[in-house]
Design a protein around this ligand. Structure first.
Ligand code: WQD
Length: 353
């Protein structure tokens, strides 16, 4: 049974805590008095993000943050961290996450995402910590039979190795609890996280050409890309383009704080959808971003992208009723904050180095 602790008594290890969702979650945790330890190998993030977290939360709360540059696969590094800190809870973000890349590099994806979870959980249990929140994804629902998606909607075969790693890790953590009922597991299924902290100090900083829509739109808005390539205009949706449930990254971050509070002192496995319940099309995103940046954003409609589903969006009743959490920000808020981040950081964190 994980002990019931107050926030300021709780030390949370955040793997991948310098990344897009991780950094925003660390801000919310520190602002609520949690002690936070980040382990991140910076393979898809920057040390500047850690500095900016400290700037956002201020010097007093920043004293509760410890950062280790290390890979979660590195058992010795994890042993050192768990020996130096009494880790009460773990939020596990660290993992490769590019859908297209995963098709090209399945071995790297399975090794990194699956093995790092196994190493992490083994070191956790050796140190008496069995409380974990896992960064899962709506991708485990595959191509939905019915919308909106609830937590009871069937998991479908994934359409890429990235999706399979999320699918499999959910099963692995569930099996851990079956074998040892002391495990306390929360699986958070994110829909499409976008936006940035309103300060514009932290945000999404993909390496290379963005795989995801909104960072690509943002880079087009600042002139770094010539035009947005819309993958498909003939879907069975109101305007023919793909529909997704976009959620502000700050709402996603507060969802993790709500999950930490909810799981306090419990055991078991619980799944929550973290979305807004609203579907938005690609063209609607482009229009909203144009309004946020004050100028038109060029786009061209092309063929569909292999593996894409027509539409998905969440039913978030369970998170609202059980955790008292729901998303607050709308698409205009998300585009405003994404534009604010991108225009202040044209080259992401590299601008600051
Ligand atoms: C959104 C919509 C595209 C790019 C994936 C993962 C999910 C999560 C987020 C990682 C779709 C269209 C996209 C572009 C476009 N994982 N699109 N032009 O595929 O819904 O979700 O990323 O963070 O687990 O599955 O997100 O942003 O790639 O696509 O038209 O240049 O935008 O067809 O309709 P996706 P996405």
């Amino acid at each position: 049974m994980s002990r019931t602790l107050s926030a300021d008594e709780t030390c949370v290890l955040v793997t991948g805590g310098a990344g897009f969702i991780g950094s925003h979650t660390v801000v919310e945790l520190l602002e609520r008095g949690y002690q936070v330890v980040i382990v991140d190998d910076l393979s898809n993030s920057s040390p500047v993000a850690v500095d900016r977290i400290k700037t956002i939360v201020g010097p007093e709360a920043a004293q509760n943050l410890t950062f280790y540059e290390a890979n979660v696969l590195d058992r010795d590094a994890l042993e050192r961290i768990f020996s130096a800190h009494r880790i009460d809870r773990v939020i596990h973000f660290a993992g490769f996450k590019a859908v297209g890349e995963s098709v090209q590099k399945p071995l790297e994806y399975y090794h990194n995402n699956i093995e790092n979870t196994l190493v992490l959980c083994d070191v956790m249990r050796q140190h008496g910590c069995k409380s974990i929140i896992f960064s899962s994804s709506a991708t485990v629902y595959g191509d939905p039979d019915a919308l909106p998606l609830t937590e009871e909607s069937p998991k479908k075969p994934a359409t890429n190795p990235y999706g399979w790693t999320k699918w499999m890790i959910e099963q692995i953590l569930t099996d851990f609890h079956t074998a040892d009922p002391e495990w306390n597991v929360v699986l958070l299924r994110y829909f499409n996280p976008i936006g940035a902290h309103p300060s514009g100090l932290i945000g999404e900083d993909p390496k290379g050409i963005p795989n995801n829509l909104v960072p690509y739109v943002a880079q087009t808005a600042i002139g770094k890309r010539d035009t947005v390539h819309v993958f498909g205009g003939d879907y069975d949706t109101p305007d023919g383009t793909g529909v997704r449930d976009y959620i502000h990254v700050c709402d996603l971050a507060t969802g993790h704080v709500a999950a930490l509070a909810w799981m306090n002192g419990k055991t078991g496995v619980e799944i929550f959808n973290l979305g807004t319940g609203t579907g938005t099309s690609v063209l609607e995103i482009i229009r909203a971003f144009s309004a946020a940046c004050g100028h038109e954003i060029p786009y061209v409609i092309e063929d569909r992208r292999a593996g894409d589903v027509t539409a998905n969006y969440a039913d978030c009743t369970k998170a609202r009723e059980m955790m008292g959490w729901e998303a607050k920000f709308d698409i205009d808020d998300m585009c405003r904050d994404s534009w604010n981040w991108q225009s202040k950081n044209p080259d992401g964190y590299a601008t600051a180095q």
